[in-house]
Structures are given as structure tokens and as C-alpha cells.
Write a protein that binds this ligand. Sequence first.
Ligand SMILES: C[S@@+](CC[C@H](N)C(=O)[O-])C[C@H]1O[C@@H](n2cnc3c(N)ncnc32)[C@H](O)[C@@H]1O
Length: 292
Amino acid sequence: MFMLFIASDGGSMHTAANFNARQDASMPDSIPTNHAPLALEWSSEKLLRIDEVEFYLTVDLDDLHAHESRTNHFLLGKTRPMVDAVLALRDTESIGRILDVGIFKGGSAALYMKVFAPEKLVAVEYMPQPVETLARFIADNDLASRLVPYYGTDQSNAQAMGRILATEFPDRNVDLIVDDASHFYLESRATVNLTLPYLSPRGLYILEDWGWAHWPGDTWQKSRAIPSTKPALSNLVFELCMLCASRPDIVSDIAVTTNTVVLRRGDAALTPGTFDIGQHYLCRDRWFKPIM
Ligand SMILES: C[S@@+](CC[C@H](N)C(=O)[O-])C[C@H]1O[C@@H](n2cnc3c(N)ncnc32)[C@H](O)[C@@H]1O
């Protein structure tokens, strides 16, 4: 989902359904999902209920701003196929620890909690005001130790993010990271650098809405949503592809769809705080610079 009021220095997930599941010789034949069946009901393409919690799906920019979350009803900035892709991960992945970057009105954090029932879900948001509906969801479901939101935190702030990650995930074993925050190149790149050392071997990193510079329509092509001075997020995708080619032990797989990139972590140990993807892909002795 893309927002027009993106916070940062200035200012959907189509998980590839066939993305390589955790299946290799070193992995067990069946994924230990230990999930109870979900009481899930789609009453329309825009309305999903899981147990007692309703999710109102929209990616319409006006709707995103106008529609509010309320008790057990969350605005979710995703489409049905995006949510179906999340649901599909239940069958192929074992997801016990999640980092969700970009809280907005709380929909994604509540969705991931309902779908994966993780032991820990940390959510990060630039805006300082806590989302009341999410706070109520946490209190009503006794989730204070498992769903931890951090507000007023810039995804590119190395100190703040480093502190959160070291505190919440000291074993560096996050299974799923979703970046649905600024969608800016530099900020998103910083998040990759800061968080990849915390992603488990074979964990998934999902970068949403990477393709905004290439989407049709004046909103995107005439710089109405994002100033043309901002480098395209696709520069980061290119870097991640190069990383996968040069260092499959860091990124073992990468899958790109119209608006989402899903990469799977290799098993190389990475040092938190100093890791920089730019140091790890090879370009025949040249240096990559953002190309648009
Ligand atoms: C697209 S919305 C998140 C939607 C939510 N994940 C969902 O699926 O319902 C993006 C959120 O990221 C936040 N954001 C924007 N720039 C950010 C930054 N630099 N650091 C952290 N959060 C940021 C925005 O304030 C906004 O709430």
C-alpha cells in the first residue's frame, strides 16, 4: 500500500506465490507450522474477518485517509491478492518472529498477529502518536509481551532501529521482515542494511511497493505522489538482485512481482550496525550509483 504523506527526511504485497518454500536437504520435510485452522471469512474482496477481527482492505488513496480503524475493525492497506499471499505463507513457512515496518492504522500488525500467531511481533512507525485501536487490540488480547509497537521511529535511524532490534531480537532470529513504510530508496536501503543481520537463515524479507516509479498514471509518472528528486526504489531492487548474484549466502533467492519483492536470506553471518549491501555485490570493479 502506498501513502501520499510519507514521512522521512523530507517529507502490497504480492508475495510470489511460488517463492521457494523452506525446502532443502537440511530442512524437515514438513514445516512445523503448528497453526490452528483460521476462522477466516471473506464477505467481499474488501472485507475479511478472522475470528472476531475485521479487516477493511483498500489501496485507494482517499479511502486510506478517510477510513479509520476502530475496535476489532482495522483498515488494511492491501488488496485481496496481497492478503492471500500472506495467508499462503502459513503453509510454507514457520514464522515465529516478525518485524513490521510501517504501522499506519494498525492493520498489518493485527493481520500478521492473527495469521501467524507469532511469539513476537515488533512494529515500527515514524508517526509519534500511538494507534489507539492497535493499543486496544493488544490489551484486549493480552498481547503486551508479544506485539510491541514503536512509534516516532524513522526506519532509517540507525541508532533507534539498532536499539529496538538488539532489545527485541537479541538472538537475531527474525523469520519475516516486511517493509511497507516510506518506500523511499535511501530509507528503505537503510532498513535493509540495519535489519538483514537480524533475519534468520532462510527468513523472508518483503519490500512492498518497490515499483512506484514505473507504475502507469499521472500520480506516479508526473511526480504527484513522490517528488521527482527522490531516487526510485527500483534502484534498491537492482542492488538486491546484484547481491543475490554475488552473495547467495546473504540473499539466496529473490522474487519480484508488480509491486513486491520477496527475498530469502542465506546463512552468512552478518554484523549488525556495519552491514552495508553496497560492500557485498560485485560490479567488475565499478561502483553502482542510483540510475534514476
Ligand atoms: C503504507 S503505510 C503502512 C500500512 C500498513 N503496513 C498496512 O498494511 O496497513 C506506511 C506507514 O509508514 C510510515 N512511514 C513513512 N515513512 C516512514 C519512515 N521513514 N520510517 C518509519 N515509518 C514511516 C507512515 O507514517 C505510514 O504510517
